[in-house]
Design a binder for this molecule. Structure first.
Ligand code: GLU
Length: 446
């Protein structure tokens, strides 16, 4: 197939949440896998709610996930294209002016419902004569514009849901342009998809109902219909939908909370798919697992608590080379030996500070068995120390004191680290070094 061109089209009216990340990633991974292109389209036609800050935040959040768009466009800068499409639709007899007020429409809707009829727009405006229109305009009314649907069944082969269809006879002719000349979402989306050569429209299931209408508009404009795929939506563990405006599980919040982007990306892509949810270390690898055709059709419940486990597993397997610049940024040294000693005890990367403090900083020892610790101090071997030092030393302490198991190891751990849990002491002890170890075994802060 020709290289796909995909787009992610958020409105900059809030920070992205993990559900938006699913849409962005499913698009991006498709493009990445097939050598295609990823367009970021900022749907900022709602000027009252769209802000520059949110737009910048979206770019930043995507970059954090590892997504750098090939092209970025803003709908607010593309009105001329939409106006040109309007002219063409009017010329083709597919867009017609309507003058009803929202109150009039609501009254009509109620009447239809009262009679047991579907509340579909009755196309009364099509019957207005030129004179009627002139009169309404003289009263100061301005038209909004509706697209004249062909009452037919529109089919498409959905990349996720398979053969899909909607009977457009059951829909109201959609309003494309408001009285004040501004656009609702539908037309700009179609015009941009055509103009930018989008080959695959991958978006949330909440847009299925738009698809038939958009296909009709594309055809009315003489465009090529792209492939459509509607993925299942994410809900919170309690089944609630996610909302950008309510700031649900925002990517920024997850990032500020110290999560790895790949932990978030792994969950966002794999939950509700045929693959088990597991930590995946790179977007390339994730691209090989993301398969639109094998997504579940039901909403995918996900548990925020899973993120910690995924994060921990990513860190436990993270090679030193990858960790190195980030450790440096945290002011943590110790090289590969330190990283390999402590990574298995991390949930968030920032936890590394605790162990760096134990190795290179000052801690107050906790002495719970003074006699054992004093004996251990006396038996502390001379340096150089290596990975075998701990075993040799504690074997001796065991032989001299008779203490074994937890009764032997816990007092030593508490004295050496001030904590009752942590990485293998065999690896930690050489990093702590003899001076600090001796002082701590003597009960001194060191
Ligand atoms: N701005 C729309 C949204 O965020 C885009 C929908 C689409 O992908 O067509 O829901």
């Amino acid at each position: 197939m020709p290289a796909p061109v995909v787009r992610f089209a958020p409105s900059p009216t809030g920070r992205l949440h993990i559900g938006n990340a699913r849409t962005a990633l499913l698009n991006y991974l498709l493009a990445r896998r097939e050598g295609g292109r990823f367009v970021l389209r900022l749907d900022d036609t709602d000027l009252a709610r769209s802000t520059r800050e949110f737009a910048d935040g979206i770019v930043e959040d995507l970059a954090w996930l590892g997504i750098v768009p090939d092209v970025t466009v803003r709908q607010s800068e593309r009105t001329a294209l939409y106006d040109a499409a309007v002219d063409r639709l009017i010329a083709a007899g597919r867009l017609y002016p309507c003058y009803e007020t929202p109150e009039e429409l609501e009254r009509r809707r109620k009447r239809q419902l009262g009679r047991g009829l579907p509340p579909v727009y009755d196309r009364a405006a099509l019957r207005l004569t030129a004179e009627d229109k002139a009169k309404l305009e003289a009263e100061g009314r301005r038209p909004h514009w509706r697209f004249l649907l062909e009452h037919r069944v529109v089919h498409w082969n959905d990349l996720v849901r398979g053969d899909s269809h909607v009977d457009c006879a059951s829909l109201s002719d959609p309003v494309l342009r408001r009285e004040d000349g501004t656009y609702l979402y539908t037309l700009p989306s179609v015009v941009d998809d055509l103009d930018l050569g989008i080959t695959h429209v991958v978006r949330g299931e909440d847009h299925v109902t738009n698809t038939a209408v958009q296909i009709e508009i594309i055809e009315a404009l003489g465009g090529t219909v792209p492939a459509f795929g509607h993925h299942n939506l994410l809900t919170t563990a309690s089944g609630e939908g996610l909302s950008k405006r309510l700031g649900h599980l925002s990517l920024k919040g997850l990032r500020d909370g110290g999560l790895e982007p790949m932990a978030v990306a792994s969950l966002a892509v794999l939950v509700g798919s045929a693959e088990s949810v597991r930590p995946v270390a790179s977007l390339d690898e994730l691209a090989g697992l993301a398969d639109l055709g094998r997504l579940s059709h039901a909403p995918a419940k996900f548990d925020e608590a899973e993120l910690d486990g995924l994060n921990a597993r990513l860190l436990h397997a993270m090679p030193y080379d990858e960790a190195r610049p980030r450790l440096a940024a945290l002011g943590v040294g110790g090289g590969a030996a330190f990283w390999e000693a402590v990574r298995g005890n991390l949930v968030r990367l920032a936890d590394v500070a605790t162990w760096w403090e134990v190795v290179a900083g000052e801690i107050a020892p906790v002495v719970t068995d003074a006699a054992l610790v004093a004996k251990a101090r006396a038996l502390l071997p001379d340096e150089p120390w290596d990975g075998a030092t701990w075993k040799g030393w504690t074997d001796q302490v065991k032989a001299e004191t008779g203490a074994r198991g937890r009764a032997l190891f816990m007092p030593l751990r508490q004295a050496l680290t001030g904590l009752d849990h942590g990485p293998e002491l065999a690896a930690l002890l050489p990093l702590i070094g003899r001076d600090k170890a001796a002082a701590r075994l003597e009960g001194r802060t060191a």
